[in-house]
Design a protein around this ligand. Sequence first.
Ligand code: 13P
Length: 286
Amino acid sequence: MIISFKEALQDAYRNKYAVGAFNCLSLENVMGAIQAAEELRSPIILQLAEVQFPYSPIALMAPIFIESAKKATVPVAVHLDHGQSFETCAKAIRLGFNSVMIDGSGLPLEENIRVSSAVVRMAKAFDVDVEAELGKVGDTGSGEGEGTGNASTADVFTDVEESARFIRQTGIDALAIAIGNLHGKYIATPRLNIQRLIEIKDRNNIPLVLHGGSGTSEEDFKACIHNGISKINVATAIQLGIAEEMQAYLGTISKPSYIEMKYKMVEATKQVVMKHILLFESNNRV
Ligand code: 13P
């Protein structure tokens, strides 16, 4: 069944777990992610980022996301990840996404507030929820995932006072923060700034979002979900899981079957998603 983003995140926020938001680039990803959620009785978010449109066009992925969400036996939200403009958010809403992220984090604060507020006003007219970002989540530069190319140092962490002003002035439903997290494949396991997370959580009262979930340590995941992170994005881990599975399969067989590969892609996605659902403690919630 389809669930609203806000409803999913608010339950997670109240009960100190996180809903996994999995970037799905194919039918196999969507099938694997939903199978994982159904098996573990977990809510889930299917999402697609604007930088992924060239190889997974949103107009083609939208009906797959929406029909799969409707048929699922667990609550599923359908979310635009990293919308880069008002127009992209409007397009996703027209296609039936029930939540959108406007990523103005590369803009000066006032401009980020302006574009995020405009998206909130438009989205609310269609009963669609909005995530925005403050601070800069960078990119590991690994070429995996869908990063934005920034380094992660203390001066790009989300500022506590700015977060309060940003949330108040924009009216967003969830805020993505930068606390040392990066998109892509980490070279070494990162150490997140949990102290900054706690300060942001204590100063505000809306669900917070962690981007760049792949490769985070179990300890940091737990500290995050117990301190206000209610949504965690995972993309790279799924891509790596499938690539490894394909490499193993192709290495052992002389006449590979495409249908067998499709099954393996679904299964590899399912395994990665199940692992993260368990880490995020969203299992047995529905
Ligand atoms: P990873 O690719 O590092 O898992 O990041 C995913 C993400 O944050 C999508 O917005």
